[in-house]
Design a protein around this ligand. Structure first.
Ligand code: ATP
Length: 300
């Protein structure tokens, strides 16, 4: 039996960040949206544990660890330990989500691995338990299970679905060089030594989402990490400006960056913006959201 599970990249329509908590994590109020840029994780029976990773030609395979440190290895070990069984599977990951790009690609793979291995090992783990395991693996992993659009609180791991009946069109420009999420948070702390204990709320973004109007959403997009990301990568400011000149309603850094996102009026506008940005950037993608969280696509 072989199971393939697909899991989406996330973007943050609102990312409000507060002062670090005692445990070192930053409290967040965020609005996640799952977009149609997905990694696939395939699990098959095996006498031991193996992991393979395939990347598109625009990605550097060396950026993804394959020696036991991959978050998919951790997901497999955690699920097996929780059920008291040996972790035996041949797992392969087909990546499409930029690595270290602020789109939670590793988290998507972890969520997909939990779902695929749960099926392969016939575990039938209850949803709440799977969400709890996901939260142990990383702050963004529960959202990758849930998908759609959701409000994230805590350190991002507490997720609550948000009604979002529209389809939003995004142009996604990954960067050849990734940014370390911890480094961006460290810079945030330096820039904002007096950050509020309670992160800025997401009310404006949630109200804009409900209108279905891309101009309203463009005006409401908010990322507290953008300043820190631009400080570490000043070239991104230029890219954001180029996107605006190419016809995007608004450009924003995705999460901790360095991927940049551009909201467009509709599918045609997104393709136009992408076409113009392609003159300056090798990899320019178009994705829409919201899309489903980790889900089985092949079961044979
Ligand atoms: P974040 O969730 O912190 O925003 P990100 O989207 O910026 O993360 P990821 O693509 O999840 O970044 O990767 C962060 C780091 O995790 C990478 O630099 C890589 O070393 C490591 N990693 C472990 N497993 C994976 C995986 N399956 N895919 C990508 N990176 C992985």
């Amino acid at each position: 039996m072989t199971v393939t599970v697909r899991a989406p990249a996330k973007i943050n329509l609102h990312l409000g960040v507060g002062a670090p908590r005692d445990d070192g994590f930053h409290p967040l109020v965020t609005v996640y949206q799952a977009v149609g840029l997905c990694d696939d994780v395939t699990a098959a029976p095996s006498p031991g544990w193996t992991l393979g990773v395939t990347v598109p030609d625009w990605m550097d395979a060396d950026d993804v660890p394959v020696t036991g440190d991959n978050i998919v290895d951790r997901a497999g070990r955690l699920l097996a330990r929780r059920h008291g069984i040996p972790a035996r599977a041949a797992v392969s990951v087909t990546k499409a989500i930029p690595v270290a790009g602020g789109m939670a690609g590793g988290s998507a793979d972890a969520a997909a691995a939990l779902v695929a291995l749960d099926r392969l090992w016939h575990l039938e783990t209850p949803d709440d338990d799977l969400l709890a395991l996901a939260a142990e693996l990383g702050s963004d992993v529960p959202f990758a299970l849930l998908g759609g659009t959701a409000l994230g609180t805590g350190r991002g791991e507490l997720v609550e679905p948000v009604a979002d009946p529209s389809t939003w069109w995004w142009v996604v420009v990954p960067s050849a060089q990734g940014l370390s999420t911890p480094a961006v948070y460290r810079r945030f702390d330096e820039i904002h030594p007096d950050a509020p204990v309670e992160p800025p709320d997401a009310d404006t973004t949630l109200a804009a989402l409900a209108t279905g109007d891309p101009e309203r959403l463009a005006g409401a997009l908010h990322n507290d990490l953008q300043e820190a990301a631009l400080d570490l990568r000043p070239d991104l400011a230029d890219l954001l400006e180029k996107g605006r000149r190419a016809g995007a309603l608004r450009g924003i850094v995705s999460g901790s960056g360095p991927t940049c996102l551009f909201l467009a009026d509709d599918a045609d506008a997104a393709r136009n913006v992408a076409g113009r940005l392609s003159a300056h950037h090798d990899v320019v993608l178009v994705a829409n959201g919201p899309v489903a969280g980790a889900h089985v696509v092949t079961y044979a």
